[in-house]
Design a protein around this ligand. Structure first.
Ligand SMILES: [Zn+2]
Length: 1021
């Protein structure tokens, strides 16, 4: 329509009709989406979508919320004009089918027949995977401008919820980074900071927890539109595939309705076929992309009966093209053979952003086409799956979960309830006490009735996970003995743990009932899952793609119980549906001048920070961690949900200073550092972010009391991003200068807190007498890529353990396991249980290697301390139950350190007899050093001198064996603890063996520490 013609139209014609054809992307952006070296930012993309919306009645822009950095966030709803005019009606249809309640099958069929299928497609939330947010621009244009019957068919049957950017902040950030570097040697450099505020690449792993604002916006929209299909774009294809498409690899989650995976597979196969039909070869299925972790932004929706999946299109870097030859391919794929899940192998050549955009357009169109062709069935499936879930938990337990209102940390119980409600789960609360079966529940207890359509998600989050052992390639060849040594992982553990765990006893999973797979691999290893505890086990045939265990009540330290019998009408009559979780107000009793409050709640830490910020004086009990504050603190405590009682005066207590906290932020998108910042903000800890040069400048102690290094590899901390790969100011790590500044900081009384593998940085750079007993082990010897493990607190009165339970559950994700050497100075804070597999949820191979070993240490260094936490105390903002390890450490200072015990080895119980034994045994090293000198003198002597040295060695060893060893034997005999005595006996046997060898073996080039290691004498039992 020409401009002149438009002017002639009558006034009542809607505005869009008066406008010209939809503008092409290139007419607005100056480029076609996918052009080499061009990326549209979110702002530019939104500008285009605004123009597009003005030009058509097939697209509506909808404001869905704001981003963390404050951008206005829109999605485009695209369909036929008629469908959009009735959008509210179709939303209502989708909602009613999803929620099931009140519908008969016939009514559901009727709704499905008349409904439209809602399809979520997005521009990818990993902002460096750039093609997705470019393809959405073209997709929108193609759909609203297409006049072919195929497009019309799609628009008539589908309502597309197009998240043209599902990470607007990140899209702007990455595009501006790329533009800055374009044409420089750093054109393809990775951005140095996270591309979504706080959590970067973890932004698609916050699905059920919804910690981030972005996750909340997405989940809220899914619970407004109730799409039947959810398609999330990514760009990490397994090379040389051009796109990875479902079916997923095994294992997949156990709880989604089976129809979800059936339909995921239908969509996957349809996408690959579409691409092949349109001359886009190279689609691959299955492989390493399993579907086990329910926190993925797509996958979580399968538990709400939305058919949900992702694809991974190939990416070089940003908008820069790259040429590949077959020689670049992995050896096993150079023959370009046809495979069942890769039937059109890619043959190499150029790969440009435009190719990725083209493949994504094809995949998105295939999804829209498949959805349109199966419209009615997909709509009915949403209803059918929800109805089946309701039926499942009407017939089988758990019939409900109860979250008691009275808890060790009741604030966290309320947080758990809030999380469930954000996820679309209906929660009730008991208006008075009620009975179900043999159990009595209290007024105020929260109840999750499981006969609701999304209950599979609750089961998934509350169950103990047992990662299935899958038949796979034989493990890497190793010695059979070592394989067998890694005994007793998931096997017989899960079922037994159920009764003891805070989480409700899980139902046996289908896999648990399956006969064990045949033994595989060398040495006849590998009884399957379900094998009795202690049987040899194989490592997983395939490495899990993400974590293996996440049981939310265990992570959050919240007690939850399952109701194992149907909830009858009497019990239901007292339940009231919770519309929102009211903030808990603290109760303050009495009117004395001092208020005492428990350290058990995370809220107490937030309150302390609020009190310190308000200038109140706070102190911390030396015996049990109780907090004390002046009477004027009452209003803050009430607001923060902390109960307090008043006292006449505070007992012996440490004064608490407002902590001056530094957190190290390496360049290179440090996800765990971001999570740590986010959590500190949630609990009102003030902190300062330091980069390499800030640390290297030194003088840290003048400005800070504590210094946090979040999860990072030791080498990565030292070396950072390689020189030449990023603009100069971002290259390098802490380096020797930074490490020395940190040593100076701790020497002068600072507290260094290291999380997870950052502890290895501290051990190396501070030369701590700590070994990582799982260092260098192969995956068939030790493997734990994210599981919940049981630990035991060593020194109940240590300030870092204040408020924590005696047996904390920790998230262990490829972390170190500590063993202190005899010269270690400090305390063992936390250990893995002795003689018992620590696994509670997930997968652990090689459990025996951690039994009795340390999980957390307080190492003395100079005037200060290093708190080494060998696990992830704040993992993804989920491990609320272990936040206090981090929080307490931030308040910890030398004045609070427990007295050093004899020998400086903390964390050991014992009585005077055992102490005497240990003192003497530890003193043996001096003598062994002397004896080794004699051994060296003898073996390096020549001629007559050798005879003399030989005699001297004989005499020294005679005396040692005649006097020293029997004296130790006497001390050992007085030790009453049978297990300790046994351990001491075997240590003495090793000592005897060493003495014998010192006579006959040439140790002249050996070091005493190495020999003590070799003879297993380092750790005195
Ligand atoms: Zn991705």
């Amino acid at each position: 329509m020409t401009r002149a013609a438009a002017l002639l139209l009558p006034l009542w014609v809607p505005l869009w009709a008066a406008l010209a054809q939809p503008p092409t992307p290139e007419s607005v952006l100056g480029h076609k989406p996918g052009d080499d070296f061009f990326l549209a930012s979110y702002d530019e993309s939104l500008g285009y979508f605004r123009k597009l919306a003005q030009s058509t009645d097939k697209l509506k822009l909808v404001h869905v919320g704001k981003t963390t950095r404050g951008l206005d966030w829109y999605i485009a709803v695209i369909s036929s004009p008629e469908n959009l005019a009735s959008l509210d009606k179709y939303k209502d249809t989708a909602r009613r089918l999803a929620l099931v309640k009140g519908l008969t099958d016939a009514q559901a069929h009727e709704l499905a027949h008349n409904g439209k299928v809602m399809v979520h497609i997005d521009g990818g939330l990993h902002a460096t995977e750039v093609a997705a947010a470019q393809h959405t621009i073209q997709l929108a244009y193609d759909l609203v401008s297409g006049s072919d019957p195929e497009t019309a068919f799609i628009l008539n049957n589908d309502i597309l919820l197009l998240w043209f950017s599902i990470n607007p902040d990140g899209q702007n950030q990455v595009v501006s980074w790329y533009r800055r570097n374009l044409g420089t040697p750093y054109e393809v450099s990775e951005p140095p900071q996270v591309y979504q505020e706080y959590i970067g690449h973890d932004n698609n792993r916050d699905g059920y927890m919804n910690n981030m604002i972005e996750s909340q916006v997405i989940t809220r929209a899914e619970l407004e539109y109730y799409p039947q299909v959810f398609y999330n774009h990514h760009q990490t294809a397994p090379f040389p595939a051009r796109i990875w498409i479902p079916p997923f690899g095994d294992p997949v989650s156990l709880n989604p309705h089976p129809l979800m995976y059936r339909w995921v597979n239908v969509f996957g196969t349809a996408m690959a076929a579409w691409l092949d039909e349109h001359d886009m070869p190279g689609a691959m299925h299955r492989g390493r992309f399993d579907d086990w972790y329910p926190g993925f932004v797509d996958h979580v929706n399968n538990f709400r009966n939305t058919v949900s999946f992702l694809t991974e299109t190939a990416l070089y870097r940003f908008a820069t093209p790259h040429f590949y030859t077959v020689d670049d391919f992995p050896a096993q794929r150079r023959d370009l053979r046809t495979e069942v899940f890769y039937s059109s192998p890619w043959r190499g050549g150029w790969w440009r952003l435009g190719d990725a955009v083209r493949y994504m357009l094809g995949a998105s169109m295939a999804v829209l086409d498949t959805a349109a062709k199966n419209r009615e069935e997909l709509l009915y499936t949403r209803y059918r799956a929800g109805k089946d879930v309701v039926d499942r938990f009407t017939k089988d337990p758990p019939y409900a979960y109860v979250i008691p209102r009275v808890q060790r940390d009741r604030g966290e119980a309320a947080v758990l309830v809030e999380k469930l409600m954000t996820d679309g789960i209906e929660v009730h609360q008991a208006s008075r006490a009620f009975r179900s079966g043999a159990h009595e529940y209290a007024e105020g207890d929260w109840v999750v009735l499981m006969d609701q359509p999304f209950a599979a998600l609750v089961k998934e989050l509350f169950d103990l996970q047992k990662y299935p052992e899958l038949p796979g390639p034989p493990p890497v060849a190793g010695t059979a003995a070592e394989g067998a040594g890694g005994r007793g992982a998931g096997g017989g553990r899960g079922a037994g743990a159920g009764a003891q765990a805070a989480a409700a006893a899980p139902q046996p999973t289908p896999a648990a009932a399956t006969p064990a797979p045949a033994a595989q691999g060398a040495g006849g290893r590998g009884a399957g899952r379900g094998a009795p505890a202690g049987e040899p086990q194989t490592p997983p045939g395939q490495v899990p793609y993400d974590v293996t265990g996440w049981t939310l009540p265990l992570q959050m330290g919240v007690e939850v119980s399952a109701i194992a019998e149907p909830v009858g009408p009497d019990a239901r009559a007292v339940l009231r549906k919770v519309e929102r979780v009211e903030p808990i107000a603290g109760k303050v009793e009495g009117s004395g001048p001092v208020l005492a409050f428990s350290h058990n709640t995370n809220a107490s830490l937030k309150a302390v920070n609020d009190l310190l910020a308000a200038g109140a004086s706070v102190s911390w009990s030396k015996s049990d961690g109780t907090w004390y504050a002046p009477g004027s603190a009452a209003s803050i405590l009430q607001k923060d949900g902390v109960d307090a009682t008043s006292l006449k005066e505070a007992p012996a207590a440490w004064p608490v200073k407002k902590p001056r906290i530094a957190i190290y932020e390496p360049w290179g998108s440090p996800i765990d550092e971001g999570w740590t910042r986010w959590i500190l903000e949630q609990y009102h800890f003030p902190f300062t972010v330091l980069h390499n040069e800030d640390v290297e400048r030194g003088h840290l102690r003048e400005n800070f009391d504590s210094f946090v290094i979040a999860e990072i590899g030791a080498r990565q901390a030292m070396e950072g991003m390689a020189t030449g790969t990023v603009p100069g100011q971002y290259a390098g790590g802490l380096g020797e200068t930074g490490a020395q500044a940190l040593r100076d900081f701790v020497t002068a009384g600072g507290t260094l807190v290291t999380l997870g593998n950052a502890s290895l940085f501290a051990i190396e750079q501070f030369n701590l007498a700590v070994n990582n007993v799982v260092a260098g082990l192969r995956q068939d010897q030790f493997f734990c890529s994210g599981s919940l493990l049981r630990t035991e607190a060593g020194q109940a009165s240590h300030p870092v353990l204040a408020g924590l339970p005696a047996t904390p559950v920790v998230m262990f994700e490829r972390n170190p396991v500590f063993e202190t050497r005899r010269e270690f100075r400090g305390k063992t804070l936390l250990s893995y249980p002795k003689d018992r597999n620590p696994l509670l949820s997930g997968f652990l191979l090689g459990a025996a290697r951690m039994e009795g070993k340390a999980a957390a240490l307080d190492a003395n260094y100079g005037e200060g301390h290093i708190i080494l936490l060998g696990f992830r105390p704040q993992w993804r903002g989920q491990s609320h139950g272990t936040y206090k390890f981090l929080f307490n450490a931030l308040f910890y200072n030398p004045s609070m350190a427990p007295e050093e015990s004899g020998g400086g080895r903390g964390g050991r119980g014992g009585n005077p007899q055992q102490a005497a034994w240990r003192r003497e045994a530890e003193a043996v090293k001096t003598e062994l050093t002397r004896l080794l000198d004699r051994n060296r003198a003898y073996f390096t002597a020549r001629g007559p001198n050798a005879v003399e040295e030989g005699k001297a060695l004989e005499a020294a060893l005679d005396a040692f064996q005649r006097d020293r060893i029997p004296a130790l034997e006497d001390l050992r005999a007085q030790v009453e603890d049978a297990a300790a005595s046994r351990a001491e006996a075997s240590w003495l046997a090793q000592l005897r063996k060493f003495a014998v060898d010192l006579r006959t073996k040439d140790f002249s080039s050996a070091k005493v520490d190495d020999l003590m290691e070799e003879y297993k004498l380092v750790v005195v039992p």
